[in-house]
Every structure is written in C-alpha cells, then in structure tokens.
Design a protein around this ligand. Sequence first.
Ligand SMILES: CC(C)(COP(=O)(O)OP(=O)(O)OC[C@H]1O[C@@H](n2cnc3c(N)ncnc32)[C@H](O)[C@@H]1OP(=O)(O)O)[C@@H](O)C(=O)NCCC(=O)NCCS
Length: 175
Amino acid sequence: MRLEIRPVIATELNSLEQALAETLWACVQGGASVSFVLPFSQNDATRFWSDQVFPAVQRNDVILFGAFVDGRLQGTAQLAISQPANQLHRADVAKLLVHPEARRSGLGRALMLAVEAEARTLGKTLLVLDTRSGDPSQRLYESLGFNVAGSIPGYCRNPQTETYEATTYLYKALI
Ligand SMILES: CC(C)(COP(=O)(O)OP(=O)(O)OC[C@H]1O[C@@H](n2cnc3c(N)ncnc32)[C@H](O)[C@@H]1OP(=O)(O)O)[C@@H](O)C(=O)NCCC(=O)NCCS
C-alpha cells in the first residue's frame, strides 16, 4: 500500500468531490457523529463539500488534507486556520474521516500528524477539536497528546437514534 498524506489544492477540489462525498457518506452510514443524522444521502454529502468546505478552502480559511491510498482518496481532515484577531495562534481540527474500508491502517493517525505539522509550520501554538465522548477518535487524539478540556452532556443527537450524546473538547499546546 502506498500512502500519501497532503493538503489538497484548490484546483483539485472538483476532481476529488466524489471521493470526499463517498467517504463522508460511508462514515455517516456507519454511525459516525460528524454533524449529520440519517437519512443522509450521497447528494447531502456532496453538498457539504461543495457548499461549505470548498469555499472555505478557496478563501484560505481551511486547509483540507487528503489521505491517498495508491492514489485514491480514502481519508481526509481539515485545519481551520482563520480565527478571531485575539486567537490567531489557534487552529481547529475538524472532520477527520477515514473510509470504513480503510480503517485501522494508520490513516487517521497519519492525517492528524500532517495536520499538526502544518499547524506548527504556520506558527500555530494551540490546536482545538471536539468529538463524541468515548468515540474511538478520542483514543486516537489522546494518544497524540491531546488533553481533555471537558465534556458537555447531551450535546449532539446520535446520527441513527433519537438519543443525545456527550461531546468532549480536547486541546494540544504546540510548544
Ligand atoms: C476515528 C477514525 C478517523 C480513525 O481512523 P483510522 O484510520 O482507523 O485510525 P488509525 O488506524 O490511524 O488508528 C489510530 C488509533 O486510533 C485508535 N482507534 C482507531 N479506531 C479505533 C477503534 N475502532 N477502536 C478503538 N480504538 C481505535 C487506536 O488507538 C488506534 O491505534 P492502534 O491501531 O495502534 O490501536 C475513523 O474511525 C473514522 O473515520 N471514524 C468515523 C469518523 C469520525 O468519527 N471521525 C472523528 C470525528 S471527531
């Protein structure tokens, strides 16, 4: 397996739209808590990228990363670098997604390491993210040195059921 992790440039966005949508769609169908609830169609997934993420990438508010396995996008993550004037040292990590077919092969960890390296290059000294409390991703984040700031009960609806789940906020100082 040849794995490449890199930022996606604006001119590539359209050609990657389908793979990004497929990855998001498959994650949500599998129960990922990443802003959406079922029913969630492939068109819903495509619209998320084209309407929300691509414009932010084009404005340079967000750096979008792709994890390419043998040239095929199988994972992604975002670094939101545009912050208020009093928080320019901070960046947020969002939408770490690995296609269910490609899990437990190190893509998630590799994406997070690339995101962190880019943040350091940009002079960011604080990373913040959140996840469903107890999610496998929380274990990944903590293994990478993220600290739990706290959790908020009942923050998100479960994507598949009418129940509400806690969200945990985590941070990492890049110093
Ligand atoms: C979380 C996610 C990105 C992990 O991606 P991945 O490529 O499978 O992760 P990796 O192979 O790099 O695993 C890194 C570590 O994360 C932890 N981990 C990942 N999946 C796990 C699972 N199902 N159960 C327990 N720990 C898990 C482990 O500590 C693992 O290290 P190990 O394999 O040495 O034990 C992936 O499961 C995913 O896309 N989930 C759905 C979307 C989502 O919820 N994203 C998080 C949004 S905040």
